[in-house]
Design a binder for this molecule. Structure first.
Ligand SMILES: [Zn+2]
Ligand SMILES: [Zn+2]
Length: 130
């Protein structure tokens, strides 16, 4: 992420940044270039397999410290919901109901779910810490 700050610098008019690889995958989540070859491959695969952008909230370290960002990685449909290549899993509502659990946004919601006999889980599918 840090290298984007450099490119965004309005005073920068030097040659192209050598460690960025131009990506022509055409995938909706692609930002035009990547630092690593595996990211380019991942991008092409995302386009070929029709992945969508994950978009989960993630922590990003910048010069200003830790800020929230959106996960830019490809997300694929699975037989239970969807999962991104960074490991962000989302389970469909029908599956959640049949398995007797539900996502909880915060502690209050987790408590309400538990009282209703539904097992509360965090956004990454772990059982809510009691
Ligand atoms: Zn790309
Ligand atoms: Zn993700």
């Amino acid at each position: 992420m840090g290298s984007w700050d450099f490119i965004d610098d309005p005073d920068y008019d030097g040659p192209p940044i050598p460690h960025r690889i131009v990506c022509k995958s055409g995938w909706e989540g692609c930002q035009g270039s990547h630092e690593k070859l595996w990211q380019v491959k991942e991008c092409f695969e995302a386009k070929a397999r029709g992945a969508f952008v994950c978009g989960d909230i993630i922590w990003v370290w910048t010069e200003d410290g830790k800020v929230t960002g959106r996960c830019p990685r490809p997300r694929y449909l699975t037989d239970r919901g969807s999962e991104c290549t960074g490991g962000h899993e989302y389970i469909d509502q029908q599956v959640r109901i049949s398995e007797g659990w539900e996502y909880a946004e915060d502690e209050g919601e987790a408590r309400n779910l538990a009282m209703a006999g539904v097992e509360p889980r965090t956004s990454d599918g772990k059982i809510w810490p009691a």
